[in-house]
Design a protein around this ligand. Structure first.
Ligand SMILES: [Fe+2]
Ligand SMILES: [Fe+2]
Length: 370
């Protein structure tokens, strides 16, 4: 139902956005998405300009006024709009993948958000030659405030079993989407870099072993822990920090002009996983996760091993050859790396706060897992 959208909330310049306007925006997009033809649905209710006015005011709150609730709403919208391009084939799919109005809304959100990300870049190293890019990326990574984030030390040494399980549910969205990200990273790329990306893809696919695909390994862990596979609920539980980390990699992958930022961001993902996951694995064993069946932790132990190779492989066999061809794009590669570092830090800060806000288990339970 969209009874509230037909002009009752208008985008007049004097219009003061409130909490409820965020809710109106959310339900307007959800209603449009559930209709077979979102454009027809919006135009027949005279809601097109309302939609764009609401998006504009929500983005203003999110990225100019530092309003976290608005940031969460626009990132959730972006997440759902990206979902139009990623959903599984099934009967009854709508034609909304290329809805003009929804694409306009998506563009407006992306533009406001990326301007905000650019404003947080800080100093980007200049005049970096292709051969120096690996060192430049690793220096940015090691000197970033998110390096060696305390959320992983917390899980290694202090977190309870439920707190670590919470981490698994917040990590779900991006982990389960990584296959698609790698597939998108294969589209339209230069022939000489295809093999490295294909290696990444093949590792995602368990090197041909169905039981070892990364998606399967993650599901094995969830099943072992008795966590029901409820993707929508996991996404509902994310703050803007988790949503924006997910959206950042998809935004890069979906926009051809962002290819150079995309390869910088993916390098950071590969570089940072091994050390962090090693701490997470130590934490799991400390609280008894997988001690009776070590294979349930293979999603993480596999990434400790393969990502140690992927990080340098990505730099040497993708970024360096690409930059030798397009030397003027070194800055974009580094920008992508910094954006990924910034969004990861925000996400880990949020995860740590979420874990620490969980109620402490009764002492008897602690003794049982200690
Ligand atoms: Fe993976
Ligand atoms: Fe990897």
């Amino acid at each position: 139902m969209l009874t509230h959208a037909g002009g009752a909330v208008s985008a007049r310049p004097d219009f003061q956005p409130t909490e409820s306007t965020l809710e109106v925006l959310q339900s307007m997009v959800r209603d449009a998405l559930s209709h077979a033809d979102a454009d027809l649905f919006l135009s027949s209710r005279g809601a097109v300009s309302d939609l764009h006015g609401l998006v504009e005011s929500a983005c203003g709150r999110a990225f100019s006024k530092d309003d976290a609730s608005a940031r969460e709403v626009v990132h959730r919208l972006l997440h759902d709009l990206y979902g139009l391009h990623l959903c599984k084939p099934r009967s009854g799919l709508t034609g909304n993948q290329y809805s003009i109005e929804l694409l306009r809304a998506r563009r407006a959100i992306e533009k406001a958000w990326i301007q905000w990300e650019v404003s947080r870049l800080g100093v980007v190293p200049a005049e970096i030659q292709p051969e120096e890019i690996g060192q430049a990326i690793k220096t940015l990574w090691r000197e970033h405030a998110g390096y060696n984030h305390t959320v992983f030390d917390f899980m290694k040494s202090d977190a309870t079993r439920p707190q670590i399980i919470k981490y698994f549910t917040t990590d779900y969205a991006l982990n389960m989407r990584f296959y698609d990200l790698i597939v998108l990273s294969l589209v339209g790329i230069d022939e000489d870099v295809r093999m490295e990306v294909a290696h990444n893809f093949w590792d995602e696919m368990g090197q041909g072993n169905q039981a070892r695909t990364h998606v399967r390994l993650y599901r094995d862990l969830l099943e072992y822990l008795g966590i029901e596979d409820t993707p929508d609920q996991f996404v509902d539980a994310l703050g803007w920090e988790g949503l924006s980390g997910y959206n950042l990699l998809l935004y890069f992958a979906f926009n051809r002009r962002e290819y150079f930022r995309s390869i910088g961001a993916l390098a950071i993902t590969e570089l940072s996983d091994p050390e962090q996951y090693a701490k997470l694995l130590a934490g799991c064993r400390r609280v008894g996760i997988g001690t009776d069946r070590p294979s349930v932790l293979d999603y993480y132990s596999e990434h400790v091993e393969v990502d140690a190779l992927h990080g340098d492989g990505w730099i040497d066999n993708v970024i360096v050859p690409v930059l030798k061809r397009y030397p003027g794009e070194a800055r974009a590669v580094l920008e992508g790396a910094i954006m990924r570092l910034n969004s990861s830090k925000a996400y880990w800060d949020w995860q740590l706060a979420e874990m620490k806000s969980m109620p402490s288990p009764p002492k008897t339970l602690l003794a049982a897992v200690g």
